[in-house]
Design a protein around this ligand. Structure first.
Ligand SMILES: Nc1ncnc2c1ncn2[C@@H]1O[C@H](COP(=O)(O)OP(=O)(O)OP(=O)(O)O)[C@@H](O)[C@H]1O
Ligand SMILES: [Mg+2]
Length: 263
């Protein structure tokens, strides 16, 4: 099993942030994690990456039980792209150096790299459509370009698990479609990592994400096959607001019915 979360709760400052979460990810599956602001998505991912520990329950990731394994080693098998990482990178680094630094999981490039690493970094930049950015400095990139360079960086260590925490934030509709098509492309590569994709927007869920976990107020509202769960009844209950859905090209588009219950 890739991820096994068993009856996990996380309590901070007397509030229950996650409550009795159960979640199993099998090899070959790609998952979307959907929930409103503050529902606990990033907290759950922080736990999978070993940044925080469950108050209650058990977690194992890539076959390693937490508490019985060196987390630093485990993290080398997990690629992570998030807005907090984006802010920590150095603006004066080139795209190439940023991608190369992914091999060593460092902010900045300090280690020696091989010719093979260099070829791999170029191939990844190409896969993410960033070949023109190779020698440009990170602080000159658009938001969409930054996200794509960060994904290339995360792939540099050939992770078994790739976590994308709201990668489409701040992208215009076309930049978003481009990024989604590139994520789709990553999943089609030989030895592709298991993908976990966090979003607030159901229309970003590409057909490759066959599984979905809906998180509401720190609990698993529902999890299972994407197409079984993305329907009018379940999503209206999930969002506590009447919504309709439309299916197009294997994706689901959310349509608010009336705004009387929103906010
Ligand atoms: N270290 C912490 N101490 C106290 N509360 C925390 C801590 N980390 C997160 N929380 C709280 O836990 C809740 C869930 O936060 P989390 O970041 O997991 O939400 P999220 O689903 O990722 O939201 P968003 O979509 O806005 O990113 C929030 O109310 C947040 O304030
Ligand atoms: Mg979050």
């Amino acid at each position: 099993m890739i991820i096994d979360v068993e009856n996990v709760s996380w309590v901070r400052d007397n509030s229950i942030i996650l409550k009795d979460v159960n979640w199993q990810v099998q090899p070959g599956e790609h998952w979307c994690i959907v929930g409103l602001n503050g529902s606990g998505k990033t907290t759950l991912l922080n736990m999978i990456n070993g940044y925080i520990w469950p108050t209650k329950g058990k977690i194992s990731v890539l076959g390693h039980k937490f508490g019985e394994f060196d987390l630093r080693e485990l993290r080398k098998s997990i690629g992570w792209v998030s807005s907090s990482l984006q802010q920590r990178l150095y603006g004066s680094e080139t795209a190439l150096n940023i991608v190369l630094s992914g091999k060593f999981a460092t902010i900045g490039l300090y280690d020696e790299f091989s010719h093979i690493d260099l070829t791999k970094a170029h191939t990844l930049l190409q896969l993410l459509g960033c070949e023109k950015l190779v020698s440009r400095k990170y602080d000159t990139f658009s938001q969409g370009e930054r996200q794509r360079v960060l994904i290339a960086r995360a792939l540099m260590s050939s992770p078994k698990l790739l976590i994308l925490d709201e990668p489409c934030t701040g992208l215009d509709v076309f930049a978003r479609e481009l990024l989604l098509s590139m994520i789709d492309n990553i999943a089609k590569q030989p030895d592709a990592p298991t993908l976990l994709f966090v979003t607030h927007h159901v229309e970003e869920i590409m057909p490759m994400f066959g599984k979905i976990i809906l998180i509401k107020e720190g609990t698993v509202f529902k999890s299972g096959n994407t197409f079984d769960l993305l329907n009018t009844d379940i999503l209206s209950d999930f969002f506590d607001a009447p919504v309709d859905v439309e299916r197009r090209n294997g994706r689901t588009w959310l349509l608010p019915i009336s705004n009387s219950n929103y906010g």
